[in-house]
Design a protein. Structure first.
Ligand code: AMP
Ligand code: MG
Length: 356
């Protein structure tokens, strides 16, 4: 156990003295959790193999799942990647800083452990003053996966980070809750056409406008467990985002059918004496009978839904709920990222409400 230093920092005007404390830790090979616009990241010097190894250990992350390297200057991309295709330049111009991670061929500068032995590297520039200031002051690219224990819901507040990692990391920069709440979109530019490996904060609809042709990797949109022999994005094959409770996702075109199915399941679990939670939306939350009902927000405002998703999953754990019945949301805009997280969190335990 080490002592984890927690310092508050303004997300709009971060004090340079606070950032410098964190940057010194990064430069000395230490581990600093910091806010980005998506979720909190657990940062280490991306070019220091020892520091990267310590990060994997602190998170209990499988060593085959590489982190994203965060930069504050586009020039760093040319240092970290062997080649930077035209599409990458277009995307960086359109979406950086922002929640988009590009996969490129790696350069020799990047240590093996940082990319888990892959021939490619994941890079993004976060849209958050604290993150950008930290990278600049550290004078090195920062490798940062989400700052949670592997498998748990990603952290959207400093409290979530501490819940998982207090005593395991050197410092948390507490910049308040994150704005987007789901992780970045990961797009592979080493294949043609470019392929979305993970839906996230930059929507498919926006990417299509800039690139014309973009594919969604089948795993990114799967509603069943897909057998993966060799994963281009190793993260996809690990269990993810999971609360302690068993989560069952109920999907369907018609909201009424979904509500009916969830209530039927809730009644069954409560009869069995299980503490049962429902993850609903504003339009439906009032109608459920269950031990705990939480709303993600309005179905018409998927931004709020994305922002609240991981928070709600963690709150169910605090409430010691044993079963969570979650409503599916529309598969458009940020809804694609939300559904990808919910499906994974359920371990693909999905009930289709329209099919009976
Ligand atoms: P996290 O850092 O927890 O948000 O997860 C990072 C995601 O980026 C994981 O799903 C990784 O598998 C993915 N990733 C990182 N590096 C690569 C890479 N070189 N190729 C494909 N996916 C990657
Ligand atoms: Mg993660």
């Amino acid at each position: 156990m080490k002592r984890t230093l927690v310092l508050k920092v303004s997300p709009v005007r971060p004090k340079i003295e606070v950032i410098r404390v964190a940057a010194r830790i990064i430069q000395n090979g230490g581990l600093v959790a910091f806010p980005t616009e998506t979720v909190y990241g657990l940062g280490v010097d991306a070019l220091n193999p020892k520091a990267v190894k310590a990060m994997f250990k602190a998170k209990k992350r499988p060593p085959d799942n590489p982190p994203i390297i965060h930069v504050a200057d586009k020039n760093d991309v040319y240092m970290l990647a062997k080649k930077v295709p035209k599409e990458a330049e277009k995307l960086m111009e359109a979406f950086w800083p922002g929640p988009l991670t590009v996969i490129l061929e790696r350069s020799k500068l990047v240590p093996d452990v940082t990319v888990a032995g892959l021939s490619t590297v994941a890079i993004r520039m976060p849209r958050h003053k604290v993150a950008l200031a930290l990278i600049r002051e550290s004078k090195t690219p920062i490798a940062a996966p989400s700052a949670n224990l592997a498998g748990r819901p990603s952290p959207t507040t400093a409290e979530h980070v501490l819940k998982d990692l207090n005593g395991r990391i050197d410092m948390v920069l507490d910049g308040g809750p994150t704005r987007i709440g789901v992780e970045s979109t990961v797009i592979d530019l080493t294949v043609k056409p470019p392929q979305i490996l993970r839906p996230g904060g930059t929507t498919y609809e926006k990417l299509v406008k800039v690139l014309k042709k973009v594919e969604l990797h089948p795993v990114a949109v799967a509603d069943k467990k897909v057998k993966i022999l060799w994963a281009r994005s190793p993260g996809v094959k690990h269990r993810h985002y999971a609360p302690r409770a068993k989560l069952i996702l109920v999907e369907g075109q018609r909201k009424e059918k979904v509500v009916e199915k969830i209530q039927e399941l809730a009644d069954k679990f409560m009869r069995e004496g299980k503490k049962t939670g429902v993850l609903a939306t504003d339009e439906t939350a009032g109608g459920y009978r269950a031990d705990v009902v939480k709303s993600l927000g309005s179905r018409r405002n998927l931004r709020t839904v994305a922002k609240r998703l991981f928070l709600c999953l963690r709150e169910f754990d605090e409430d010691k709920v044993e079963v969570i019945l979650a409503e599916g949301v529309p598969l458009k805009g940020l809804g694609l990222a939300v559904m990808n997280r919910l499906r994974k969190a359920s371990g693909y335990t999905i009930v289709k409400a329209d099919e009976d």
